[in-house]
Design a protein around this ligand. Sequence first.
Ligand code: EPZ
Length: 430
Amino acid sequence: MEQYAIKGGNPLVGEVEIGGAKNAALAILAASIMTDETVLIENVPDVRDTNAMMQAMESIGAIIERIDRHTVKITGKAIKDLAIEDDFIKKIRASYYLLGALLGKYNKAQVTLPGGCNIGLRPIDQHIKGFRALGAEIRIEHGLIIAEAEQLKGGHIYMDVVSVGATIDVMLAAAMAEGQTIIENAAKEPHVVDVANFLNCMGASIKGAGTDVIRIKGVPKLHGTEYAIIPDQIEAGTFMFAAAVTKGDVTVKNVIPKHLESISAKLTEIGCEVEESDDAVRVVAAKPLTHTHVKTLPYPGFPTDMQPQITVALGLSKGTSIVTESIFENRFKYVDELTRMGASIKVEGNTAIIDGVSKYTGASISAPDLRAGAALVIAGLAAEGTTVIDDIKFIERGYEDFDLKLQSLGAQIEKVSSERELRKFRLKTG
Ligand code: EPZ
């Protein structure tokens, strides 16, 4: 099984290109089948999740042509099957976007109920509430969600919780419904705005994305378009914190600095210098890091997907810090692994109390989920000695060429797939 081998201690220095936003791409790929015409999508990240989504789409008849590693041409005209196979859902939760897209276009869809995952229960009651408000009949049978309607009609939905997935899914279903739909208490993440912009490029009429009230006027048809996905603010934030933790000097390129404001603010608070330009942000960690408090919140608050990364940084910051996870109920699982590297963290409910230590030491650990896995890589980059990380398939779900990009910044990290390769790495890096 593949692992990352990391020899810590090198400051990360240099520039790194940020790829397309995974969480925008998953929804936009699903939405692309809402027209019979061809859609060209650029800046699609080449990661496990987007590839799994495209496999799910091909499994029901979508024709997908890869123009290059990050550009795909999609034609949904030939879709004949409106039921998404079970094993595709097991691979990625976000296949539920196909529920909204297929229901929106065909007034019928069937998807296996997505399970929970390592960070929480991940219910989809708000998705279902939204579809029902549009007149869909939803049945849950044998672990399947079956959604159908004579004709979807616009409705008024007040989300009980701010949900990125539910906001996007309802937007998809409402795009071709008869009449106007209003979504209140909507999520405002950049990827929600990106999906709305994409749908509008296909001829939809969506206003207010990025605010907590989104208004959608249903249109009878959507047409083909060409679209480029926004940069991934979580990939960018991950490299920014890697610079902080390794006392480095890293510029993340091809980003939208506005999307990174809460991340840049926290890095400044803990002692880093952060310089913004039009499409890049530079992080210089010249001074020792200092403690702070942070609470994860929906955008524009500090993102939950950056919670493990800031916890790793605060674990090496002078003083006591507090991290409160307000979005998911089980997103501190990685702390056990970090403790094995010498961190001093006490988790009580959804709060982590962190006493900064002077160093981490290398250990053999496992990635419990996507963002925690990336955070543990960052810990390994700062640690004394060698760290070996298992289950890196979680990390590859959302980070393209993570090891290669880190190597280009001076990190000693390699993907190894045998004891022999690991031994070679240890001999080479000393
Ligand atoms: C999206 O998940 C992202 N995934 C997650 O990123 C991200 O952590 C999350 O948004 C929050 O930003 C994708 O976009 C594919 P939510 P999603 O619905 O849509 C509760 C990553 O690392 N909730 O905004 O599933 C839910 O339990 C992944 O890329 C309901 O109660 O998240 C959570 O507490 C991890 N009922 C809160 O809302 C629902 O119907 C926010 O969840 C839906 C959600």
